[in-house]
Design a protein around this ligand. Structure first.
Ligand code: PEP
Ligand code: MG
Length: 296
């Protein structure tokens, strides 16, 4: 069976009715790029940049980050690399950020909330990302969005960064910018949000947690943490519909995207991209090739 999957390398991800799907890989480190290429991913759909911060005992500098992002896009040689901005807090704690202990960390100071209240940290990362985008197909993705004002604020900060880079005569590209849809608020606002960004990527790990009010970290609740819950699937459907109404694409980068029992359903909903761990690329390609999105 393994050998048969190997035969799918180099094949397009196209359904029986001719719909092309972007099939990308999730990574946490540029060391993973070799497996990504081995498994013939079409790009990187989620580079969890927080690992760059977690692996160090102080804030990574702009140059350190620039070099990592540049290596990623150059290694992927023209294939899209979607880098998610810092997503710490909750399950991922970083000592040197000096954050207070919280009663409800999953509902607390995390991800974009840190970036918008500590813009110096955010700007360092954005500068590195914009500069690296001159070297390949880089896209930026913002996590834990709940409101329109957050996206507008991000755009203001991005403009400041571009003005600064221009003044310093540092080269930068024009990366696509998308958001993660991983809170019920973002799903409900997806019609409005879609007008502001280039793409959506659905984070089903957090979306399940916040939709079902189940702590994703608590093993006692495993029985209740049901990513197949109809409420979660409705959220995905709504997000994709609103993305398409605004003419942007929508993908899934949470674990559910690799659930082969749902692949056909996702494709029927119109999901444009699936980003999964490298080992899941070929098994999912197999299902895409067997799917007719119009006749299920
Ligand atoms: C998610 O929430 O589904 C996601 C992809 O992000 P993370 O698992 O890193 O929170
Ligand atoms: Mg998440």
């Amino acid at each position: 069976k393994k050998e048969l999957l190997q035969l799918l390398k180099g094949k397009e991800n196209v359904t029986l009715d001719g719909k092309k799907i972007m099939l990308y890989a999730n990574i946490g480190n540029i060391k993973d790029l070799a497996t990504v290429i081995q498994n013939d991913a079409g790009g990187i759909g989620l580079f969890r940049s927080e690992f760059i911060y977690l692996e160090k005992d102080n804030y990574p500098t702009e140059e350190e980050q620039f070099s990592i992002y540049k290596t990623a896009v150059e290694t992927m040689a023209g294939k899209r690399v979607i880098i998610r901005t810092l997503d710490i807090g909750a399950d991922k704690q970083c000592e040197y950020f000096g954050m207070d202990k919280e009663e409800n960390p999953a509902l607390g100071y995390r991800a974009i909330r840190i970036c918008l209240t500590r813009p110096e940290i955010f700007k360092t990362q954005l500068r590195a990302l914009f500069r690296a985008s001159a070297y390949g197909n880089l896209a930026i993705m913002y996590p834990m969005i709940t409101s329109l004002w957050e996206v507008k604020k991000i755009k203001e900060i991005v403009e400041e960064v571009k003005t600064e880079l221009t003044a310093e005569q540092l080269e930068f590209g024009n990366p696509q910018q998308g958001i993660m849809i991983e809170t019920p608020a973002a799903v409900m606002m997806s019609g409005e949000l879609a007008k502001e960004v280039d793409f959506f990527s659905i984070g089903t790990n957090d979306l399940t947690q916040y939709t079902l009010a189940i702590d994703r970290q608590n093993p006692k609740l495993d029985k209740f943490y049901d990513a197949h819950h109809p409420a979660v699937l409705s959220m995905i459907r709504m997000t994709v519909e609103n993305a398409h109404k605004a003419g942007i694409w929508a993908g899934i980068c949470g674990e559910l995207g690799a659930d082969t029992s749902l692949t056909k359903e996702f494709l029927a909903m119109g999901v444009d991209e699936l980003s999964v761990s490298p080992g899941s690329i070929l098994p999912i390609r197999k299902i895409i090739l067997e799917t007719d999105t119009e006749n299920r």
